[in-house]
Design a protein around this ligand. Structure first.
Ligand SMILES: [Zn+2]
Length: 320
């Protein structure tokens, strides 16, 4: 039984997570699409839109459903394409109460609106799930180069991230009250995908997301795809990351591409004024890879403009 309905083997259904009402008493129903194979197996939840304006992830889940990749040969696949449906309708990251749903877990029944969303999710969906893949983008104009975030000490998560095969895998500790922390506390596995920027659909990022899901499902034996292993890459492991902030207010020009390798001291951007007088060079503060590039043309001093990840070399840590 999930969301009050029994899904028989070989069947699927679109269900609703009923979490809130509009001022007009109209219920807000969050569509949840469940497909169960005839043969038992693991249950994978593929979700996006925890932040309502992160459309790129929503497109990944939509494409998986549209291509019927969510109909497994074994086990069950649950798709939750848009979790923060309020934010999606308003093209906003947060819920109407201004709260970040991803800082409201595990939630409470009578807490804030965000807290209620988290509570119903944890109570009605998570008990059925073994693995979660949660799709995110950078906020505002900050565009993430596709990567999976996980804790490197957690070997199984690292192995799953490698199966997903993104360009980068970033060591990222648990943040309090996030879905990732709550799912981990249940002893279940979650992969957090970051790619693209808010309010945008980036085809390269969507493909990375869809291909990662295909690999993941194939690895679990839930579905078989013709995956071209000649396109396999070795993901770059990043042990830590740091934001580089703009040294001035002005117009921002990056001279490197997102995902590029940069060397400490190298000029990677320029800050200019509209009058042709100021040309301030921005140099890389460390050697590493650009994993997020701010695509805003105008920045204030102190705005995050480049996110640089430092590579973990194999000999530094045998766990890779
Ligand atoms: Zn997000």
């Amino acid at each position: 039984m999930i969301l009050g309905k029994e899904i028989l083997p070989g069947k699927g259904a679109q269900l609703s997570l009923d979490v809130a009402k509009l001022h007009t008493t109209t219920p807000i129903l969050i569509p949840v699409i469940v497909e169960r194979a005839k043969i038992d197996g693991p249950t994978v939840l593929i979700m996006a839109g925890l932040h309502g304006d992160e459309i790129n992830g929503i497109e990944v889940v939509r494409r998986i459903i549209q291509k019927k990749f969510n109909k497994p040969n074994t086990g069950t696949i649950i798709c939750l394409p848009v979790f923060n449906i309020f934010g999606f309708l308003n093209i906003r990251r947060e819920l109407p109460d201004g709260r970040d749903l991803n800082r409201s877990f595990p939630g409470s029944e009578n807490g804030s609106l965000a807290s209620q969303f988290a509570y119903h999710f944890m109570k009605e969906i998570m008990p059925h799930v073994d693995y979660v893949i949660d799709f995110h983008t950078g906020s505002a104009q900050r565009s993430n180069f596709p990567h999976i975030r996980c804790v490197f000490e957690d070997q199984e998560s690292v192995e799953l991230a490698k199966i997903f095969n993104p360009p980068f895998i970033l060591n990222s500790s648990y943040i309090s009250k996030t879905i990732r922390e709550s799912v981990k506390k249940l002893g279940k596995k979650i992969l957090l995908f970051e790619g693209g920027k808010a309010n945008n659909i980036d085809e390269m990022v969507v493909e990375e997301g869809v291909n990662g899901v295909k690999r993941f499902l194939q690895y679990l034996g839930m579905k078989s795809f013709k995956i071209d292993i000649s396109k396999d890459r070795t993901p770059v492991f990043l042990k830590e990351s740091k934001w580089l902030r703009s040294p001035n207010s002005g117009m921002f020009h990056s001279v490197v591409k997102n995902g590029a390798k940069v060397n400490k001291g190298e000029v990677i951007g320029m800050i200019t004024d509209p009058y042709g007088r100021m040309n301030r060079k921005v140099r890389a503060t460390s050697t590493g890879y650009i994993i997020c590039l701010n695509e805003a043309p105008l920045v204030y001093k102190g705005d995050a403009i480049f996110h640089i990840g430092k590579e973990l070399k194999i000999d530094e840590n045998g766990t890779k």
